[in-house]
Design a protein around this ligand. Structure first.
Ligand code: BG6
Length: 507
């Protein structure tokens, strides 16, 4: 996470897949925003490596276009752009051949001569996953990752396709780099609102005493997307929602909500506490998966304006890939025993919303007369990750008037109102952390493996028994009705529209 101290060493970003979408859309715009915020070192260089025929000038034009479209700061003035662009270079080559690594090594050495100092070098694999096993090996052969203090390697998801491929990938990574040099990105961890879960829980004494099975009835984690699969049919057909979202982003959220307090803010201390949560999750038996997991796939929308998943480009007409997942998990430890954690995610749901709700238990004794509480609703804390960014506490309050009548109201904290500064993009935070060698927000090998272990029985059960009811939800709806059947009696998936129907305190 960002701090204000520490002078940055000269840094070289060697981006494999430098002409690709991720570099254009996320990495370079974020580096540009850091540059504008004076958060880049005085000496830095972005070396984009790729197969395609490009030169420095053409690449810089492409990056400028990406900055105009995606950077938080927006358009670059000609002067600022010229200053930034001189740090960018292109290196063409084939990642499976040694030549490109020698060329990269030369470039790095020349920059170090020019700067009269050794630089830290960050190797960023923004490539298709098939290259993840290739690049680290070549970097080691070229002896480019030897200095464990100065060199790091960044890998993007998907970290494996299942547990065995994840193990294999971790083996390749750790066979060529030390674990402390490996930064596995989950961009959810870079989101301010996700990091704020830790601040909220552990920098305030108020909620921690009730953050447990004695007070919490159940927890829901929703990551809903209004969009479909866009232009990613080829990738998504092989991934599906369980691999694409649950194994990584939703598990990260679950860990932050459920973990024990950390003793210090050291990277490994926090990562240990997160892994503990994953290890405590009750394994789902393969023949009982239907009791704990529901899958769905969107069909056409009610008015037929939106096409179904099977009509999307790159998708097979009889695809059985899931675009929706709901899971019920239990964490077998003292804090959470028997508290259900309901997770759901899906594409083409009514709108984008990511939020966590902590539903507290009802009062032990109902002393108010029934007619005083027309809308019975237990106390509930909602942590909104996006697009709304904030926290709401919902509780019962007395309505003004002579008659005794209670009504649900909310107390809320909203980022924009409280801080009135734009939130950095997740990649800005994560790139800044990589430059500062801070691995707190990145996944360690054991965490990735533990997350895969949790979902493996579901993956196996689903691949062994193709669904016979797909598509089973309409684009624009909240997913298959079966997702409700996962819930224990009296529990419900919160609908974001409910937020709007609750009165504001002092409003
Ligand atoms: C990515 C998934 O990791 O996260 C996408 O591959 C998904 O399918 C995206 O749309 C969601 O990220 P965000 O930041 O838009 O919530």
């Amino acid at each position: 996470m960002k701090s204000t101290n520490g002078q940055l060493q000269p840094t070289i970003f060697a981006i494999f897949g430098g002409s690709g979408d991720l570099t254009w859309r996320k990495l370079v715009p974020s580096l540009f925003d850091l540059y504008q915020d004076l958060s880049m070192p005085h000496n830095f260089s972005i070396i984009a490596l790729d197969r395609v025929d490009l030169n420095d000038e053409k690449l810089r034009e492409r990056f400028r276009d990406g900055i105009v479209k995606f950077s938080r700061k927006g358009k670059a003035t000609n002067k600022v752009w010229a200053q930034f662009a001189r740090h960018i270079y292109y290196q063409q080559g084939d990642f499976t051949k040694s030549e490109i690594y020698s060329a990269l090594k030369n470039r790095c050495e020349n920059l170090e001569i020019e700067w009269s100092v050794q630089a830290q070098i960050i190797f960023y694999m923004a490539t298709p996953p098939v290259m993840f096993n290739e690049i680290p090996r070549h970097l080691k052969e070229a002896q480019m990752g030897n200095d464990s203090q100065r060199t790091r390697i960044v890998v993007e998801k998907p970290i494996g396709y299942d547990i065995s491929s994840a193990l294999k990938l971790n083996e390749t990574l750790t066979g060529n780099f030390r674990e402390s040099q490996i930064f596995r990105i989950d961009h959810y961890m870079g989101k301010e609102t996700v990091q704020n879960i830790l601040a909220f829980r552990f920098a305030n004494p108020l909620f921690e005493p009730i953050w447990n099975r004695s007070y919490v009835d159940y927890v829901t984690i929703t990551v809903a997307e209004g969009l479909g699969i866009e232009h990613r049919g080829g990738y998504y057909e092989k991934a599906g929602a369980l691999r694409d979202m649950v194994q990584n982003h939703l598990m990260q959220l679950l860990c932050l909500i459920a973990m024990e307090p950390m003793v210090s803010f050291k990277a490994d201390e926090i990562r240990n506490k997160k892994v503990d949560v994953l290890h405590a999750i009750r394994p789902i038996e393969q023949d009982k998966v239907h009791q704990y997991a529901v899958r769905g796939q969107y069909g056409k929308s009610a008015g037929k304006q939106l096409c179904g998943y099977r009509e999307e480009a790159g998708v097979s007409k009889d695809s059985v890939t899931e675009t929706f997942v709901a899971l019920k998990l239990f964490i077998d430890n003292w804090r959470w025993q028997d508290v259900p954690f309901y997770l759901r995610t899906g594409k083409r749901l009514p709108r984008q919303v990511s939020e966590v709700t902590i539903q507290f238990r009802a009062v032990p004794h109902k002393s108010f007369p029934q007619e005083a509480i027309p809308e019975r609703q237990s106390c509930c804390l909602v942590m909104s990750i996006q697009p709304d960014e904030g926290i709401e506490l919902r509780f019962q309050a007395k309505q003004p008037g002579t008659k005794l009548l209670l009504k649900p109201v909310v107390m809320s904290f909203n980022y924009q109102e409280s801080f009135s500064v734009p939130l950095p993009d997740a990649y800005e935070t994560l790139l800044w952390d990589v430059m500062h060698n801070d691995a707190t927000l990145f996944m360690r090998a054991d965490q990735v493996e533990a997350a895969w272990k949790i979902i493996m029985p579901v993956l196996k059960a689903w691949s062994g028994k193709p669904p016979d009811d797909f598509p089973n939800y309409k684009a624009g709806s909240w997913g298959p009705e079966k997702a409700d059947e996962l819930l224990n009696p009296g529990h419900h998936w919160p609908l974001p529209t409910e937020l709007e129907s609750v009165g504001k305190v002092g409003g």
